[in-house]
Ligand binder design. Structure first.
Ligand code: XMP
Length: 184
């Protein structure tokens, strides 16, 4: 699939799945089952987080519920500005719920920091983040991320939910693209 487009595999399918099992075990310890606040609510950010979210939900040994949000950040296609528009909001009220935001990647961290501020105003019982990937720039932004799968170099990556022009989301691994794909 996508023969000739992938320059290198940065994180293999097996590494991703092992990491998800590790993250799931850590996360499950923090949320009591049968709490009055209800099941842990996973909030996924469309579309990139979909694969991570579904694999994580199945790896978690506790009951979870799912909600999705779609946001778009103003700026170029490869860098965000921190000004965010909600394209699809949550269907449910999250007041009093334990909420875990599930992110595919944190780059500048601006999108996530906006999202955390926005969701906090809705008064959840708790609000945490799990991200599969984080780029070094994210460290410059004051955003608390309790759970990080992999810190990766500052390169554009695709696969496992991440796209370039809507392609490559369906790859089971994370890879980098050949410059020819960008027209290079
Ligand atoms: P910020 O910079 O606000 O942006 O943390 C996070 C969003 O930017 C997208 N993004 C990427 N998408 N490969 C992608 O396919 C990448 O290497 C990449 N870096 C950032 C992504 O939508 C993420 O949610």
């Amino acid at each position: 699939m996508y023969e000739g487009d992938i320059a290198s595999v940065l994180i293999s399918e097996e590494q991703i799945q092992d990491k998800i099992a590790e993250l799931a075990a850590i996360i499950a310890e923090r949320y009591p089952v049968g709490a009055p606040e209800g099941d842990l609510l996973l909030v996924g950010v469309l579309k990139g987080a979909v694969f991570f979210m579904t694999d994580l939900a199945r790896a978690l040994p506790i009951p979870t519920q799912m909600e999705f949000m779609a946001v778009s950040s103003y700026g170029s296609s490869t860098s965000s500005s921190g000004v965010v528009r909600i394209l699809k909001d949550l269907d449910k009220d999250i007041a009093g719920r334990h909420v875990l935001i599930v992110e595919d990647i944190i780059d500048s961290g601006l999108t996530l920091s906006w999202l955390m501020r926005n969701l906090r105003t809705r008064n959840p019982a708790s609000l945490e983040v799990v991200t599969l990937l984080r780029k070094p720039d994210a460290i410059k932004v004051d955003v608390e991320v309790a759970n990080v799968g992999f810190d990766i170099p500052d390169e554009f990556v695709v696969g496992y939910g991440l796209d370039y022009a809507e392609r490559y989301r369906d790859l089971p691994y994370i890879g980098t693209l050949e410059p020819t794909v960008y027209g290079g």
